[in-house]
Design a protein around this ligand. Structure first.
Ligand SMILES: [Zn+2]
Length: 314
């Protein structure tokens, strides 16, 4: 396999060249596919180190993503998570790498790991060292240090238990969306099978028999859910106010919302969000395969495999 630098971040990478996508395995971004045009169009010399770091971390969180030229505007506008969010991501990474409680690991080993740099959305190993050594080892003591080593503290494990777990025992994935023939394939070929594939139960209010007023039923169902997938696609009758309400209500409850939308509508003049602020998963009619992988990856990256997962991960 030929080695070369990664077209996105410049780190060492292996490449498999084929048409229309080249497969890249980068030590920082991990595995992704990119077209020759996108590779040539990525304006690496005009981007700040932060933009490149954010693009790399985003790709790592969406392992296997396929990048085309028209994805690049969004890729260079990925917002930087807060320091607290980055510290949480680092703690999650450490807990997955060292799942046995009490395991000590060398600070230097983590700080020199490009995987840890990317997973914590750090600019470089200096920022990573701050998150590990100053932030996590700061007042809350989420890690404990002894000499050159650290280990996750009891408070750190307790903090991990709380992350993204507003309803820890729920297995429901509530789907807020426009119920229309235009989104039927999204449901049948995307949301429904992939939420199941991640091990959770997809839930759509119009598929559910209920005797209560529908608004009450929606509120009650969101309260019982583990997460909400909100699809903001709409047709000529205008934006779907219900989807905005359901996503906002879920956020207020502390639930994770996975934001999705048909690709042509992800534009500041078409949906009522700063689209750069939310990390939308785009889908295109007839091309749902890529979306399916990204949806499963997103859900599993946040919650891990759910109890209903039947197939083995590839
Ligand atoms: Zn890279």
């Amino acid at each position: 396999m030929p080695s070369d630098n990664c077209p996105i971040c410049g780190s060492p990478a292996d490449h498999i060249r084929s048409d229309p996508y080249e497969r890249v395995r980068c030590e920082r971004c991990a595995r992704f596919d990119i077209t020759r045009n996108a590779r040539d169009d990525w304006p690496v010399n005009r981007l700040s180190p932060r933009q490149i770091a954010n693009a790399s971390s985003w790709i790592r969180e969406h392992e296997g993503v396929r990048l085309k030229s028209d994805d690049l505007d969004q890729l260079q506008s990925i917002p930087t998570p807060s320091v607290a969010e980055r510290a949480d991501k680092l703690l999650v990474f450490l807990s997955q790498k060292y799942p046995i409680v009490g395991t000590e690991f060398l600070v230097a080993e983590i700080c020199n790991s490009m995987e840890a740099v990317a997973k914590s959305w750090s600019l470089n190993s200096g920022e990573l060292r701050y998150l590990l050594d100053d932030y996590l080892d700061g007042p809350g003591k989420l890690v404990l240090r002894s000499g050159n080593s650290v280990r996750i503290s009891p408070d750190g494990w307790a903090h991990l238990d709380q992350l993204g777990k507003a309803n820890p025992r729920s297995h429901l994935g509530f789907c807020a969306m426009w119920f229309d023939s235009a989104t039927e394939d999204l449901w049948k070929e995307g949301l429904e099978p992939e939420i199941r594939n991640a091990g959770y139960q997809p839930f759509r209010i119009d598929k559910h028999e209920h005797v209560n007023k529908i608004d009450d039923e929606i509120v009650a169902s969101i309260r019982r859910s583990k997460f909400v997938v909100a699809d903001f696609t709409y047709g000529s009758s205008g934006v779907r106010g219900g989807v905005y309400f359901e996503a906002g209500f879920a956020l207020a409850l502390g639930l994770t919302v996975v934001w999705t939308c048909r690709k042509d509508l992800i534009h500041p003049e078409k949906i009522h969000f700063d689209v750069n602020h939310y990390n939308f998963l785009a889908w295109e009619p007839g091309e749902l395969e890529d979306f399916r992988d990204r949806l499963t990856n997103r859900i599993e990256a946040i919650f891990g495999h759910g109890p209903y997962k039947t197939n083995t991960p590839s």
